[in-house]
Design a binder for this molecule. Structure first.
Ligand code: GLU
Length: 420
């Protein structure tokens, strides 16, 4: 971060709060209520000792419960070396607005451990997960706080998390979502975030009188979100022309064959070296000419400094908070549309909601029911966003935040937390 934008916004949490400020008027939420709506309810930080090969490491874990006015806290657990309090706070806040926007009965939370999970053995990952969850278990529960996967975690980790909670509380599948199918996970959860990215993008294209056939797509990140988004874009007839991951980037203007690319990643651990593509400088991935640029990795990748180099018509925010407010200003000036994270990546938490419902009812849905309900909830929410933005002449992001803020404010008033 340069000194210049450091003076404007000091952290990702401040950046999310700036977005709340910019939508409060449109939401009809009084200024006096904003400090309460911005502030997390509870933040916990735990020590995680990890013993391996006779060595002792001291790791730090967080769980931040941002707001539960509309239902239990909900949000993922991230294992990544950059995890810190400010980042988790911003992500927890985003979950509050995301669940409110798609109108599922949850609040917002996020957690994480500052660690590089790819440097740990499976048994170290297991020990870390069991220790972390046993230390935050007292604030979790199916009607309190329900974690899920995020960057660096997956279904396997969620299975261990459920078992860790269950040791003290008895078998409780509804305490965690994104679990393996054998433990009460939902069909359609694994690819839900990537699928949702494509549902929202296709709806946007239709709204503009177009479709996705032949559209050129570039994806930054080929993890759970990026890879399944690529697969669903391809299924709609779009051409995914470039992707990257931490080890490299590849490009093929005729469109990458996503099924074989996923096989290649399974075998080698990276998109690098994929035969049916040319190598690309990974640092150039964001600057490729395309119709849809999909940042699907870390936050804060499009900033005031590099926004001018983006050559896409639309930026689809598959990652959480990939565009800083200065980046947004730059893209906006260049006439580049942003499909905001709050809606574009909400497919994951929406299917997490279905998983929770199935666990509570002890009844499993089939793939078709999950697909129909995902379309209905995500599509319905995005229709509201498009209508709100047209009616009020505001950006899609302001529409997302305004609709969400209004719902959380009204729930808080109905509870008597806010009496203004
Ligand atoms: N980590 C995902 C997100 O950022 C999913 C959260 C969930 O399913 O609770 O939306």
């Amino acid at each position: 971060m340069t000194a210049d934008n450091a003076t404007k916004h000091t952290s990702p949490f401040d950046e999310v709060n700036a977005r709340i400020d910019s939508a409060a008027g449109l939401a009809g939420v009084p200024e006096e209520a904003l400090p309460l709506l911005k502030t997390p309810y509870r933040e916990i930080r735990v020590q995680i000792p990890l013993f391996s090969n006779g060595r002792l490491q001291q790791l730090t874990g967080y769980r931040i419960q941002h707001n539960a006015a509309r239902g239990p806290y909900k949000g993922g657990i991230r294992y990544h070396p950059h995890v810190d309090l400010e980042e988790v706070r911003s992500l927890a806040s985003l979950m509050t607005w995301k669940t409110a926007l798609v109108n599922i009965p949850f609040g917002g939370a996020k957690g994480g451990v500052a660690v590089d999970p790819y440097k740990l053995s499976e048994s170290e990952l297991y020990d870390l997960t069991v220790t972390f969850f046993s230390r935050i278990a007292m604030i979790l529960g199916p009607s309190r706080d329900i974690p899920a996967p995020d960057m660096g975690t997956n279904a396997k980790v969620m299975g261990w998390a459920m078992a860790s909670y269950g040791r003290m509380n008895g078998h409780t599948p509804a305490v965690v979502t994104g679990k393996p199918l054998e433990l009460g996970g939902s069909v359609g959860r694994e690819d839900a975030t990537g699928k949702g990215v494509v549902i929202v993008t296709e709806q946007w294209a239709r709204h503009e009188g177009r479709d996705l056939k032949g559209a050129h797509v570039v994806i930054q990140g080929f993890g759970n979100v990026g890879s399944f988004a690529a697969l669903h874009f391809e299924a709609k007839g779009a051409k995914v022309i470039a992707v990257n991951d931490i080890r490299g980037a590849i490009k093929n203007d005729r469109g990458l064959a996503i099924g074989s690319l996923m096989e290649h990643v399974k075998e080698t651990g990276s998109v690098a070296g994929f035969k049916e593509a040319d190598e690309l400088d990974s640092a150039e991935i964001l600057y490729q000419k395309c119709d849809y640029l999909v940042p699907a990795a870390l936050g804060g990748v499009i900033t005031g400094e590099n926004a001018g180099r983006i050559q896409a018509a639309v930026v689809v925010e598959a990652a959480n908070h990939p565009v800083t407010p200065e980046g947004e200003e730059g893209l906006h000036k260049a006439g580049i549309i942003m499909l905001p994270d709050l809606i574009a990546n909400a497919g994951g938490v929406t299917v997490s909601y279905f998983e929770w419902v199935q666990n509570i009812q002890q009844f499993a849905w089939d793939a078709e029911k999950v697909a129909v309900e995902l379309d209905r909830i995500l599509g319905g929410a995005f229709t509201q966003v498009l209508e709100f933005s047209e009616k009020n002449g505001c950006t899609l992001r302001q529409a997302c935040f305004a609709l969400a803020l209004k719902r959380v404010y009204e729930a808080s008033r109905a509870r008597g937390y806010i009496r203004i």
